[in-house]
Design a binder for this molecule. Sequence first.
Ligand SMILES: [Fe+2]
Ligand SMILES: [Fe+2]
Length: 494
Amino acid sequence: MKAAHPELPVKKSLAQDLINDANAIFSKTTQYPVLQENAVEVNRLIQRYAVNPLFQDVQEWVIRNNPYRRPLRPQDLKSINFNLTLKKHSALNYSALAAHRMLLNVYENDLVLLPKEDFASKKSDFELFYSNENKLLGEFIRPTLESHVYGFLSSEINVPSQWSVDNLKAYVWELVAQHNQSESVVADAIVASANPRQAAFLFLMQVSSDFLSESSPAARIVLGSYGSMLSEMFKILVDEYGYGVYKTKHSTLFEETMVNCGLLPEVHAYWQFYLSSWLALINYFHYLSRDHSKLFKFIGILFYSEATLGHTCRLWSRMMSSVFGSDFDTIYFDEHTHIDAYHGRMAFDNLLLPAIAKYGQGIIEDIVRGIEEYRLLLEISDNDFIEQLNWSEQADKYKPLAQSIYHKICNQELQFPKQTFAKSAQELSVTRTYDEDQLLVVESGALDILTGYNQFFNLQAKEAVIIPRNRLNGSIVKSEECTYQIYSLGDYKA
Ligand SMILES: [Fe+2]
Ligand SMILES: [Fe+2]
């Protein structure tokens, strides 16, 4: 006989299963090191999290009208040990991209995301994304993933423990003054690139991971009860939300920017083009706002990002006009130029100073640590973007070198570990990075290697290319079938 509630037994067994996992993981204490001792269990839960149908490979580069489809390449996750903590020099390893993709999914379970149209055909995805199983598994794996990608920040950054309010004032306003004198290396690289429009598209895709649901992490900070600071926080948030007027909400202004550039204004349509270092920025806001024991670090980065974004947006606005023409509507950036200096001052005078007065100078170390960690993440993301841009524009230059290395491999002058792949027509390989330089050689058929948005490097049979370490790439078969080999070179320059 059919059960009256067929889903109930599944939920019951899931709950029991997770309780068993929890007992295994938190067997003696809930302190974090226990998670590390139970690495096998956590890695198993990560694989289980990633088998969700929403996270499987897709066969198109752009994911249209579906904020729940977020490919994770689950086939790769078995070989990654997320219990290890990355270092600064390995912060762009492939495991960081995999972890940040998962973390964004976990954090965004708190956000209400709906497709722009045709909800009926997405309803089952909507239910799956917000299902208890997805949420519970996400919470189990979150601390391990966070430690994997952000653990290096505490060892890289030393912050003195003794601060006074006067020291803090001098320190932060000097940082802001320095920033306001600086140029944007990213904007400069876009304007100077061989194809500024393509470069600007790649940039817009990076910031779209945040700007299309702008300020959502800060919305977590207006829940609860902590006196007048909460109301000050709310004032900043309500400005970001256009004072309740949809047309002036900052995310709406950014949607218009995307449309004006011919890009889709849909959340995570360009999921496959996100660089892990740019995901690290938006995830850092979520990381601090999701865990309220990190409140003072969050207030620190809220202040710093508001106080500096005005100048950054002035430079980005100039870049957009330079790339798309002087009559391009730069209102999203101009609005921030205008309001964020004010938000920075509000955050300092009405949040930071009252917080220190009320909760003591002991919180200043956290405030400064948040700012310094965020600044390091910004530096990494700037460099990552510029490296990606250089590779996508210069992949051709690697061709002769790749042919020469391949020639030496054929002559057995060089030997490297290799993997062989056989794929069929139009088969798409979801974007990823490698931790070592790779030599990709097409044995038969034809293959397009994706290096940027709408930027491909075509390989015919017996042609080869180098994919440098940490560079985002994907591929699509351009023949009836394609066989290719990937050799792990280590460092090709060595
Ligand atoms: Fe904003
Ligand atoms: Fe703002």
